[in-house]
Write a protein that binds this ligand. Structure first.
Ligand code: 1CP
Length: 353
C-alpha cells in the first residue's frame, strides 16, 4: 500500500473512494477564455509569459473557484511548460496551441531534452502553488497539479503542433521503436520531476493529461504508451498524493488505462460512467463526464444531462469514487451562468439529508 495524503477535502476523499460530504466537481479548462475576468486579467501577452508570472498565474487559478464554487482549483500552467523551460523551442500560439520550430526527428534531438531542474528552470510554478495554497488553506477546496503524459507531449514535439492524424508520431513509434522508447524515457523524467516539485510545493492531487491517447489502437497503447505512463505514476508513488489519468476518445483503452497505476481514470462523454467503471475494473474512482458541448445551453437540457451523469457515476451503489467533471475542457463559448448552475446542482443532489 502506498502512503496516503491526509484526506481533508472531498476531492481527495473521492479520489481515494472514501465517503464524501458531497460529490466534488471541477471543470477541465475552468480558467480561460470563457471567463470575462480571465480576459481582463490576462491581456494580450503570450500564455507562457502569464504562466511565468507567479502572481498572475495564482490569480488565474483562483478565478474559477470564486466564480463557480468548484471543489478544486487546477494550477494555471500548460503541459508544454517543462519542454519550453529546458529550451526545446516550444511556443504556444494564440488560438492554435503548442508549436515547435524544429520538431523531434532523430536521436540527435534527444540531447535537446535534458533533465528538468524545477528550482532553476521553473521557479514560478512552485511559487504559484505556494501562493494558491495560502489562499485555499482551510477552505476545503483542493489544488490540482498536472503534467502532460509522455505520449501527448511527444505528439507536439514530433508533429510540430496540434495534429488530427498523428501521422509522424505513429510513423516514428512503428519504424524506430528503440528511439521511441528513448524519447519516452526522457519525457517520463520530465513529467516526474515536474509533478514531484508541484507536490512538494503543496498540490494535493495530480492529473496526468494524455489527451490524445484515443488516437491509438489498444495494441499501440499497450506497447508504446502504457509503460511510460506507468513509469510516471511509479515515479511519484512514494509521495502519496492521489492521481488521475485522463484522455479523450479512450473508450477502447479504459481497461488498459486501469492498469497504469492511477487512483482515478478520467472518462470523456462517449462512455457512460457505469460502463466505464466496468471497463476500467475495480479499485478506481472515475472522473467525468458531462459533454462540454451541452454546456453551451439551454439549462433544461444541461440539467437533464447533469442528473444523468450523477446517476451513472453512482452506479457502484456506494455513491463514492466519483469526481464530477466535463468529458473534456470547457468550450470558450460556454455560458458561465450555466456552469455555475451545474456546480450547484451537483452539490445539491449529492448532499446527504
Ligand atoms: O492563450 C490562451 O488563453 C490559450 C488557451 C490555453 C489555456 C487557457 C492554452 C493553450 N493553455 C491553457 C492553460 C492550460 N492548459 C491549463 C490550465 C487552465 C485550466 O485548465 O483551467 C491546462 C490544465 C492545460 C493543459 C493542456 N494544454 C492540455 C491538456 C488538457 C486538454 O485540454 O486536453 C493540452 C492538450 C494542452 C496543449 C494546449 N495548450 C493550449 C492549447 C489551445 C492546447 C491544445 C492544442 C490542441 O488542440 O492540440
Amino acid at each position: 500500500m502506498k502512503p496516503r495524503a491526509v484526506a481533508d477535502t472531498d476531492l481527495v476523499r473521492a479520489c481515494c473512494r472514501q465517503p464524501v460530504s458531497r460529490t466534488p466537481v471541477w471543470f477541465m479548462r475552468q480558467a480561460g477564455r470563457s471567463l470575462p475576468e480571465y480576459r481582463a486579467a490576462r491581456g494580450e501577452g503570450s500564455i507562457l509569459s502569464a504562466i511565468g508570472d507567479a502572481a498572475l498565474a495564482a490569480e488565474l487559478t483562483l478565478q474559477p473557484v470564486r466564480r463557480y464554487g468548484v471543489d478544486a482549483a487546477i494550477l494555471f500552467s500548460d503541459i508544454v511548460v517543462p519542454v519550453h523551460a529546458i529550451g526545446f523551442g516550444v511556443d504556444v500560439e494564440p488560438g492554435r496551441g503548442p508549436v515547435v520550430a524544429s520538431p523531434f526527428r532523430s536521436a540527435h534531438d534527444l540531447e535537446r531534452l535534458r533533465p528538468l531542474e524545477p528550482e532553476a528552470d521553473v521557479p514560478y510554478v512552485a511559487e504559484a502553488v505556494r501562493l494558491v495554497s495560502k489562499e485555499l488553506d482551510g477552505s476545503g477546496v483542493a489544488l490540482i497539479g498536472f503534467a502532460g503524459a509522455p505520449f501527448t507531449v511527444a505528439s507536439y514535439l514530433i508533429e510540430g503542433g496540434p495534429s488530427r492524424t498523428f501521422t509522424l508520431v505513429k510513423s516514428l513509434m512503428h519504424s524506430d521503436p528503440d528511439l521511441w522508447d528513448l524519447l519516452m524515457a526522457r519525457l517520463v523524467a520530465l513529467a516526474v520531476a515536474s509533478l514531484r516539485s508541484q507536490i512538494q510545493a503543496g498540490v494535493q492531487v495530480v492529473q496526468l493529461f494524455d489527451s490524445w491517447a484515443g488516437a491509438l489502437s489498444p495494441g499501440e497503447y499497450a506497447r508504446f504508451v502504457l509503460p511510460a505512463t506507468r513509469a510516471v505514476f511509479e515515479g511519484i508513488a512514494d509521495l502519496g498524493v492521489p492521481t488521475i489519468l485522463f484522455g479523450v476518445g479512450t473508450g477502447e483503452l479504459l481497461g488498459l488505462m486501469g492498469t497504469a497505476g492511477s487512483d482515478v481514470v478520467g472518462v470523456d462523454w462517449r462512455v457512460p460512467l457505469h460502463e466505464a467503471r466496468a471497463r476500467i475494473g475495480p479499485g478506481h474512482a472515475v472522473q467525468g463526464n458531462l459533454d462540454p458541448a451541452l454546456c453551451v445551453g439551454p439549462w433544461p437540457m444541461v440539467e437533464r444531462a447533469t442528473r444523468a451523469v450523477l446517476s451513472s457515476g453512482k452506479a457502484d451503489g456506494s455513491g463514492t469514487g466519483h469526481v464530477f467533471n466535463l468529458g473534456h475542457g470547457v468550450l470558450p463559448e460556454s455560458d458561465v451562468g450555466i456552469l455555475g448552475a451545474v456546480v450547484d446542482l451537483v452539490h445539491a443532489e449529492s448532499t446527504e439529508e
